[in-house]
Design a protein around this ligand. Sequence first.
Ligand SMILES: [Zn+2]
Length: 323
Amino acid sequence: MTTALAHAAAPASGWELTKIDGRDYISIGGIKRFYNFDKVTRLGDSVVLQNAKVQMSLKVGGNECLMNDVKFIFSHPIATVGEKVYVSRVDFSKLIDPVLRPTFIQNAGDFNTVVLDPGHGGKDPGATNPFGTEANYNVNVADRVKTQLESKGFKVVMTRDSNLYLSLQQRVDFANSVKGNAIYVSIHFNSGNSTARGIETFTLSPPGIPNYEHVFKEADLTSRAGNEHDSANIALATSVHGSILRRLGQNTLDRGIKRARFSVLSGVRHPAILLEGGFMSHPNEARLIENPSYQAAIANGIVDAIGKYRFAVGRTPVAANQN
Ligand SMILES: [Zn+2]
């Protein structure tokens, strides 16, 4: 269990654990006390916790949580027992705690190497539309990220820098051949029906949480290689997702930070995320993705985020992004 619950043995801060639908839940009151939120406001189904640094908004019965305007998708619904509001223990320990206290992340350590993985390539173009291929956009964005990170002193390696086909296992093997502390960022663009839009960021499902858009199965209880970094994964996702939203501005739909058991996220032995930077199947977003200034905004967001994440886990200042 997390250090947060270990600390909770202090007499003043009862966590008020309960079971709902057979799962462990923790009261919002306990979270308020532990993180020194000044107040909890409840209006109907809406619950807001606030202090000088953080505003956290939840809706009873829902799975969405906004922390400082970044959307997270909880694995289990927010629930009540009587008047008290509860969140599941897995969402608390695997999401809320590492986001609120990134300096407590285990296995994160300082790092200087960034593995960029532009999705698809070669015989696999990924999503396509009349403007271009996802494989090509992915590598364009990764190139921009690489140039900027190198100017800040990072070592950057890419799974591919040309229109080359790589299997998912080859990407995992490449990332795992990088020795020492590193982080892994897989870059993609989305496709769906013509109304689907917005950005979303995936991190590996913790054990017990199903793969994205799949029903729960027994194998979901098994820990994968990437679960070694559960806390770092969600902290890195938070940083990247939030920074990209800030760079893209308010017209961008925030689809949230989500959990999946994609093979690259399962297999990579570094903190890892997979970004979907907009929908190539949406008429407006297709045009935006084609636009170099949009590609630059995504790249700048990733660069901002890696600097912030590095400071959070390693306390190493990274020069602010001039772009
Ligand atoms: Zn893709």
